[in-house]
Design a protein around this ligand. Sequence first.
Ligand code: AMP
Length: 503
Amino acid sequence: MSVNDKCGIFGILGAPEAARHTYFGLHALQHRGQESSGIVTSTYDEAKGRPVMPIHKDFGLVLDVFDDEELFEKTLLGDSGIGHNRYSTTGESKSRTNVQPFLVHDRKGNLALSHNGNLSNARELRKSFSERGTLFQTTSDSELILHLVAQSRRERRVDQIIDALGQIEGAFSLVLLTDDHLIAVRDPSGFRPLALGRLGSIDQPGGPAYCVASETCAFDMIDADYVRDIRPGEILIIDRENAARGAHEDFESVQMRRRYGVNQCIFEYVYFSRPDSKIYGEMVDKVRREIGRQLARESPVPEVEGGEKEPIVIPVPDSANTATLGYANENNKRGHPCYFELGLIRNHYVGRTFISPGQDQREMKVRCKFNTVEGLLRGRPVVVVDDSIVRGTTAGYLVDMLRDSGAASVHFRVTSPPVTGPCYYGMDFPDPDELLANQFDSVEEMRDFLGVDSLAYLSDEGLLEAVNKANHEQLGYCTACFTGDYPVPVDADGQEKEAFEWR
Ligand code: AMP
């Protein structure tokens, strides 16, 4: 697995305090990556007589990496900047050099890059560079993009970037910063989200600033307005002149040729994005509630038997909260009485845990994260709703905890289909043989294994129907982790076979 997956990216141009805005944007995107964080800005150095790009990046959360006020007052100066939060994935090298954004300086000036996604032709590119004697500073795929830019024979920096992007394949949402431009890019399939926002009005001195972010919750944090999504396959070049006039329609926009259709990651709606964000043009909250309602239509709460109390419906917090509200409401609407309750409480301060030898690592991880509210659960049928079952670790331990708390019966509902396939487009899943759904032949066998009274997943069709019902754009989604239908061909090693082309 590449080291570029599951990240949060942000960029801004035309804001006097670009670094501070980037910091707040990254803070709002913290859920997309907690391993490391970085910001680079662009400013003019009078002493050197040229533009420079100061940078600060390190391992840790945004608030810890940027805990020194001087960084904003003396170091990260300028009216434009980009930032990056990297997700922690197991087994990867903890090399400091892989922390983004990446920054290079060549004959055309400074260039910085933040990347969310996976390049699928990275191996071939790296091989061809190595044969030509190119030296790499990192083991990250994203560095390859910088080498491609530097080696382009085009004149303008922007054209060099366009040239380089035509040679990469896979899932990539990017923000790039040059001495003059902020450039936002989504791969032709649009696997990962990226939106354009505007901060301030044309009446203010200097005009508005423009920003781009993985999710719009970053815009809310700095009081920017959502303008539109970066379109799948679009390279949007944000320049100072048009930004100051508020003329975003006049930003140069180049469209990469799309060979495989639009395939936005549906798992962003299921689990990854925040409910207060708009992605793919629609609020995650709205989509997630519809997903919950669809699950209620397919698999309602169990019927209560004579003398039994109505079931309580509890989400696995926080990612299942919104869908569970939709699930409980729809059940009640359809004549299946139940109560929405918060029967599981999440501890948000979970980092590395030191446990005694002999203690089960995974069990302790789940116990550190969740506890039950016994008074709510005792003697009640409990329907626990989660957004997904991946390895089944969380589900297994939660079921034990709910039973220990005296639940009369435990029923599991999942607001997505069984996860059966790895993701080659940027979502971090374990190997296929570690996925719970691949270890059993039927839902019934999984029910036995998890020790629940009933188990139901949302169907593939139900998920798509719910997403399309809530988001009228109907642009097309990647569901490969559920269906095995990989929209962009992958070979045995998870590499795309064919390249994107230009129109
Ligand atoms: P597991 O315990 O392996 O079955 O993982 C399922 C739990 O992890 C669910 O509660 C999800 O909310 C969460 N989850 C789902 N997908 C991912 C992912 N790609 N990375 C981290 N957590 C995830």
